[in-house]
Design a protein around this ligand. Structure first.
Ligand code: GLT
Ligand code: MN
Ligand code: MN
Ligand code: MN
Length: 386
């Protein structure tokens, strides 16, 4: 009946169900809820874990003893309700100190403060048992490029990530780091705007094996890209360390809609890809209830994200068992044992034989692959009539 259990590995950020509906044009529309209460409610709904920024839990101005008592109370709630903290991250975007970047600020003091804040936040995450540490560089970008710092920024960003990877190792934290790309908002242009950019940058780090990506459905969509394609590339590179699930209309501000709310077909292909890929990490919903909603709407939102995922997971199984769909898929792919032999491994003989071979180009171009029929069958399955 699509009721989630911890085995489904669904997680939410404290900032997601804790979102109060504030936006750039309006005040909060619902009261803030305390972290231990969010933990209790998420556990009741069948979630597996909860993720956090340092300041989702501990206010930036808290004293050391305030911090300790807040953390103790939170740990108690986690153990009372059986929730885990698989991922932690740093808030390097809210405070005015970070208005022109954190690791990429032109001010060396801001860059050093960002490192300090991140190390402290990594300590907190490790204390809570987090295995994945996310970097969303919300303020790492520009509105104007008159500052002439583009190449420096990439170097500063790289130095910071290298430093923090060493810090993790020196403390024995064993974190796997996940870079989360976003093209814009809150900056006009954010550095490393897409999954592809992040993957390229990771290859330039001192310890690339410790770094992967945390792609978000909404963020690739904002860039006009196909999220499943980005996720597939991350999986292929062995770099899908975490994932942020939500939804988004293309060409809009960052909406963080309920998973599957806007583009259910895209959400289906994503679930199908994830579930068939062997991805074993958290299914994290980085989304929030509409600003119109009260607390009941928040829990309807959270339940809806998980139910939609589970419904699509069932649809993916149905897809795999539907004989008409499977026949159409089989007909779509054409295999040829003799050509596989020639093209599989390079040898001068294979190359010569392949160059000498004749292909019936007209027949290749004339073949209909049956994708209209296959896609219509998929739609009918999703619409519930198969
Ligand atoms: C912020 C952002 C998200 C990131 C979070 C992690 S915070 O809400 O919009 O996409 O995943 O820093
Ligand atoms: Mn987002
Ligand atoms: Mn967001
Ligand atoms: Mn996100």
């Amino acid at each position: 009946d699509y009721t989630p259990t911890p085995a489904d590995k669904f997680t939410f950020g404290l900032w997601t169900v804790g979102n109060t509906g504030r936006d750039p044009f309006g005040e909060p529309t619902r009261p803030a809820m305390k972290a231990p209460y969010l933990v209790q409610k998420l556990a009741e709904l069948g979630a597996w874990g909860v993720n956090l920024h340092d300041n989702d839990l501990v206010p930036i101005s808290a004293s050391a003893s305030e911090r300790d008592s807040i953390v103790a109370e939170f740990k108690q709630a986690l153990s009372d309700h059986g929730l885990v903290v698989p991922m932690a991250t740093t808030n390097l975007f809210n405070d005015p100190a970070f208005k022109d970047g954190a690791f990429t600020s032109a001010d060396a003091r801001v860059r050093a403060y960002a490192l300090q804040k991140t190390m402290r936040s990594m300590d907190l995450g490790a204390e809570l048992g987090a295995a994945t540490y996310v970097f969303w560089g919300g303020r790492e970008g520009t509105e104007v490029d008159a500052g002439g710092k583009l190449l420096d920024c990439l170097g500063w960003f790289r130095d910071s990530l290298n430093f923090l990877a060493e810090y993790s190792e020196s403390q024995g934290y064993g974190y796997r780091f996940a870079l989360e790309p976003k093209p814009n908002e809150p900056r006009a242009d954010i550095f490393l705007p897409t999954v592809g950019s992040a993957l390229g940058f990771i290859a330039t780090l001192d310890k690339p094996e410790q770094f992967g990506v945390n792609p978000e459905f909404a963020h690739e969509t904002m860039a006009g890209l196909n999220f499943s394609h980005a996720v597939a590339q991350a999986i292929d590179a062995g770099k899908l360390f975490h994932i942020d699930l939500n939804d988004q209309k293309m060409g809009r501000f960052d909406q963080d809609l309920r998973f599957g709310a806007e583009n259910p077909k895209g959400a289906f292909f994503l679930v199908q890809l994830l579930e068939s890929s062997g991805y074993a990490g958290p299914r994290h919903f980085d989304a929030h209830a509409l600003r119109t909603e009260d607390e009941a709407g928040v829990w309807a939102f959270a339940r809806g994200c998980m139910r939609t995922y589970l419904i699509f997971k069932e649809k993916a199984q149905q897809f795999a068992q539907d004989s008409e769909i499977q026949a159409a898929l089989a007909a779509y792919r054409v295999e040829d044992a003799e050509l596989a032999q020639l093209t599989g491994t390079f040898s001068p003989q294979n190359a010569e034989a392949l160059k000498a071979r004749t292909f019936d180009r007209a027949a290749l171009g004339a073949r209909g692959p049956g994708l209209e029929q296959l896609d219509q069958l998929t739609m009918e399955l999703l619409l519930g009539i198969r």
